[in-house]
Design a protein around this ligand. Sequence first.
Ligand SMILES: [Zn+2]
Length: 471
Amino acid sequence: MTAINWLEEAEKRKEALIKDTQRLLHIKSILDEENATSDAPLGKEVKEALDYMLKLGERDGFVAKNVGNVSGHLELGNGKELVGILCHVDVVPEGDGWTSDPFGAEIRGGKIYARGALDDKGPTMAAYYAMKIVKELELPLTKRVRMIIGTDEESKWRCVEHYFNEEEMPTLGFAPDADFPIINAEKGIADFDMVQTSLPDSKTESTVKVASFVSGKRYNMVPDDAKAVIVVKGDEKEIIRQFTNFMDRFGIGYQFQTEKGQLTLTVKGVSAHGMEPRNGKNAGLYLAEFLSKLNLDEKASHYFQFVSRYFFDDSRGVHLGVAYTDDVSGDLTINAGKLSYTPETGGRIGITCRYSVTNKMEDTKAKLDALLQKEGFTIENYSDSKPHYVDEKEFLIQTLKKVYEEQTGEKAELIAIGGGTYARSLKAGVAFGPLFPGKPDVAHQKDEYIEIDDLLKATAIYAQAIYELAK
Ligand SMILES: [Zn+2]
């Protein structure tokens, strides 16, 4: 058999690929539970996007199946083993500030602009055309290939949960829903709150009374804003002077305002994804650190000292006694994403802990429980999503590496991340594209786009990958 020029095969289908991508992008498939029906449980347009893919598959001769109106698949070939390609056709809300209609899929300068262009409708269509190429070239396969289409990736993953309750789990597969080359290690994700249980008197003598303190809304974000309302007995100007000195020293933005005997302090940090707190500046921790140094009542002092001792300037859990690292995936990280305190309720810290793939969260949790009991805190709202890891020696990784290197001429370095990709819902799956190294990640942003050249390159890579995995 002569060597197949995969990119040429993709380019032959360019016009149709672009048209079908645009049609899919026109569907406003944002989760819409308010208008849910029994045959469209996640909303009418989410279902429409699913139906669109299933119809496309039927048109081109794939076996199409709707699974519970929240997911579905398109299948090719025969054989016992199953290769899975996991995609999703739901999108996050478009937001403001777009240059053109977010669902217009306008082409400008070689890019298709639309919500979902990069995440994940463009890549879904690339993977679809990849299957189509393999089918049309009538290449012999020994395994079945199945594109699994989810419709709830952007919120609760109810699509894949339902799908894998009903349908078979592929023996291996990939999800075109993150970065090239290959993400083979995803840290574990434990989210929980630390809640102050020891509640000493808040009426004890103090120069500063904290009426309220709040920062952040999500576990997985470094909060960029924090606000405290305090009442100062005595020299308020001196407290303001200390506040501005402290924030200036760390290069943190701030404001203060006195009104009706209350002093409001606001702090502006730098937001970042909670999987790497070092990429941001946690406004809540800076403000808590400042407050911890003041003469507070016992209850407030207990909370702010705790935050200061265990979280300030430490995103690796060193002071908590849970630091861990491995070669495959790096450090355990701790992000204090939500902080709050009032004299009535006491204080809380909402955390996302991204732990290394060889780490056991049970051990980490036991250490935290022991420490917190001693410190007068407890853990609430605990959830844990296990790490995801596919060894480099596996056939899946070896094959994808070979394909990527052949087609791009670049080395296929394996990537470990602290976030979770769609691939973790596959038993043996990795994230494989579509974003090429060095390209800006515009997913979830205004003016989201995919470059048409990259769409074609991804199609070619996926086509060869499908063939090599299933031949
Ligand atoms: Zn996605």
